[in-house]
Design a protein around this ligand. Structure first.
Ligand code: ADP
Ligand code: MG
Length: 498
C-alpha cells in the first residue's frame, strides 16, 4: 500500500491542479464513418461493416448527424466552432483498434475556447475553461479471459468491434486552478454538468453505467498557486461521479506523500481501482507521445456553414441549470431538496411523471423513495427500473383520488415492478382498492362493534377517541383496504355520535 497524506494536510500544504478529458458517446443511429448501427449491447461483432472492422480498401464517410451533435455540444459548452477542421490519423497498435490508427482531430478541433459554470453543493459556481472539444471514433472492446480479467495473467483475449467507430466528442479542459480542497467535488460536478447538458440537448444518452460518458482525470500538485504547474498523472476511464471525486482525492493524497518524502511524481497514466477506491500505475506517458498524427487522406475537411451553426444554436433547449431553477420554483422544493433530486439522478423521471399528470410531491416521493430503494437494492440505474413516468403518474392519481392508501399503493408498485401491469391493473388483479362502499364497510363496522361492546359503551359515553380501536379492527378485517375516514364516520353514525 502506498503512503498517503491526510487530505486536510494536503489541502493545507499543496495547491491541486486538475485537467479533465471527458469522452461523450454520441447517440447517432449509425457510426462515425460508416453505416453500421450504433447500438449498445448485442452479440459481439454484429454491428460492424468493413469500415469499422478496418478491412483493406474500406473507405470512411463522415456522419453528418455526428458533426451536428458535436457542434451542438460545442455550442452548449460556450465554445467557438471552427470554420474548417480536418480529421487526422492517430497511429498506435492495439487489438481493439483494427485499423492501427484512430481517426481523430488533433490540432484542428471542431470546437474550442469554451467554458462551463459548475454549481457546487454549497450553491457556489465554479467556472471551468474548456480548451477544445473534438470529434473522434471509439475503439472496440477487449475482454481478457482467465486470470483476473486483466491482460496480465489472462489465457487469451476476445475482441468485440461493436463499439469500434462509435462517434465520440472528447472535451478537454484547460488546467483547472483554484479549486483547492474542493478539487474532488469540482471534478465530479464538472463531469456531471457535462452529462446533464449532453442529455438535455439530446446528443447522447449519457449513461455513466454504460460508459457513454468517461473521464480521464489529470491531477498535479504544486506548493502554492504562484508556483509553476507540477507533474501530472492521468487516471484513465473513470466512469462514475463518485469515482471521479475519489480518484482526485486519492491522487492528491498519494502525490503529496511522494513530494513530501523528497521524491518526484512520475508522469504516467494510472488505473482506477473501484474495489478499494485507489489508483495503480499504468504506463509512463510523456507530453510528446509520438502518435505520428497526420491528416486523414480519405476524408475531406469539415467546413460547417455559419448559417447551419446558427440554426443549431437557435435550436438549443433550456440548459439544465436554468431548468433546475425553474422546477425548484414550480415544484415548491428547497434548493437542498432539488440538489438531492439531482444527485439521485431523479430529476428527469420526476419531471416526466409530473408532465404525465402526477403531483410534484407524489412524483418526488415515489422516485426518491421506493424506486430509488429498488434501484439500489437491485444495483440498477433509475432508468433501468421497470416503471414508467406514466405508471408513477397513474399511481399518484390513485392515491390522490383516495382509491389507494399509501400502503396499498406500495403493494401496487410492487406488482408493477414484478411485471404484473400498470398500477391500476395491479390494484384490480390483486384486489387492492380501498373499500369505501358503505355496504361492505358497514358490515365490517357492525361486526367490530359487536365484538367490542365495551368500546361501543365508551364511544356512546362521549369518549370518541376510543373509536380508534374499532377503526383498527376494521382495517385488520379488510387487510388494510378500508377507507379509514369513512369507517370513522360510520362508527359515529352507528354509535349515535354523528
Ligand atoms: P494527453 O494527450 O496527455 O491526454 P491532453 O492535452 O489531451 O493531454 O489533456 C491533458 C489534460 O491535463 C488537459 O485537460 C490539460 O489542461 C491538463 N493538464 C495539463 N498540464 C497539467 C498539469 N500540470 N496538472 C494538471 N493538469 C494538467
Ligand atoms: Mg488526451
Amino acid at each position: 500500500m502506498e503512503e498517503l497524506m491526510d487530505f486536510d494536510e494536503v489541502a493545507a500544504n499543496f495547491d491541486p491542479v486538475l485537467g479533465l478529458e471527458v469522452h461523450v458517446e454520441l447517440a447517432t443511429t449509425t457510426k462515425m464513418f460508416d453505416a453500421a448501427p450504433n447500438e449498445f449491447g448485442g452479440e459481439p461483432n454484429v454491428n460492424t461493416t468493413p469500415v469499422s472492422l478496418g478491412l483493406p480498401g474500406a473507405l470512411p464517410v463522415v456522419n453528418k448527424k455526428a458533426i451536428e451533435y458535436a457542434i451542438r455540444l460545442g455550442l452548449a459548452l460556450n465554445c467557438k466552432i471552427a470554420e474548417s477542421c480536418r480529421f487526422a490519423r492517430k497511429n498506435y497498435f492495439y487489438p481493439d483498434l483494427s485499423k492501427n490508427f484512430q481517426t481523430s482531430q488533433s490540432d484542428e478541433p471542431i470546437a474550442y475556447d469554451g467554458h462551463l459554470d459548475v454549481e457546487l453543493d454549497d450553491g457556489e459556481v465554479f467556472r471551468v475553461l474548456i480548451e477544445r472539444a473534438h470529434v473522434e471514433e471509439d475503439a472496440g472492446k477487449n475482454t481478457h479471459v482467465g486470470g483476473e480479467g486483466r491482460l496480465q495473467g489472462a489465457t487469451h483475449s476476445l475482441v468485440d468491434y461493436n463499439r469500434a467507430g462509435v462517434p465520440l466528442v472528447e472535451i478537454v479542459t484547460r488546467p483547472i486552478e483554484g479549486a483547492g480542497a474542493r478539487a474532488p467535488e469540482v471534478a465530479a460536478k464538472y463531469v456531471q454538468t457535462i452529462r446533464d447538458i449532453a442529455r438535455a440537448i439530446g446528443v447522447s444518452e449519457a449513461r455513466m453505467e454504460r460508459g457513454n460518458v468517461r473521464a480521464d482525470v489529470n491531477v498535479s500538485l504544486r506548493p502554492s498557486p504562484d508556483a509553476p504547474l507540477g507533474t501530472r498523472t492521468e487516471t484513465k476511464n473513470v466512469n462514475s461521479f463518485r469515482a471521479i471525486a475519489r480518484a482526485v482525492e486519492f491522487e492528491m493524497c498519494r502525490q503529496a506523500a511522494v513530494l513530501s518524502s523528497g521524491q518526484a511524481v512520475l508522469q504516467e497514466t494510472r488505473h482506477w481501482q473501484e474495489a478499494n477506491s485507489t489508483t495503480s500505475p499504468g504506463r509512463p506517458k510523456s507530453d510528446a507521445d509520438d502518435y505520428r498524427y497526420f491528416p486523414e487522406p480519405d476524408l475531406v475537411p469539415i467546413a460547417p456553414p455559419a448559417e447551419w451553426v446558427e440554426e443549431i444554436r437557435a435550436s438549443l433547449p433550456e440548459m439544465p441549470a436554468a431548468r433546475r431553477k425553474r422546477l425548484t420554483a414550480e415544484w415548491g422544493v428547497s434548493e437542498m431538496e432539488m440538489r438531492d433530486i439531482v444527485n439521485a439522478d431523479a430529476l428527469d423521471f420526476i419531471s416526466d411523471s409530473v408532465d404525465a399528470g402526477a403531483s410534484p410531491a407524489g412524483a418526488r416521493k415515489w422516485w426518491m423513495g421506493e424506486l430509488a430503494r429498488y434501484a439500489k437494492d437491485n444495483e440498477l440505474a433509475l432508468a433501468d427500473v421497470p416503471v414508467s413516468a406514466a405508471d408513477v403518474a397513474e399511481l399518484d392519481g390513485l392515491v390522490q383520488s383516495g382509491k389507494l392508501t399509501d400502503k396499498l399503493a406500495r403493494q401496487a408498485l410492487d406488482g408493477v415492478l414484478a411485471g404484473e401491469g400498470s398500477p391500476a391493473e395491479v390494484a384490480a388483479s390483486r384486489g387492492l382498492e380501498v373499500v369505501s362502499d358503505d355496504g361492505a364497510l358497514g358490515a365490517a363496522v357492525d361486526e367490530a362493534l359487536a365484538a367490542n361492546p365495551d368500546v361501543l359503551e365508551k364511544i356512546r359515553a362521549g369518549k370518541v377517541q376510543a373509536a380508534g380501536a374499532i377503526v383498527g379492527a376494521v382495517m385488520k378485517a379488510t387487510r388494510g383496504k378500508a377507507d379509514a375516514a369513512r369507517v370513522r364516520e360510520l362508527i359515529m353514525e352507528r354509535s349515535g355520535q354523528a
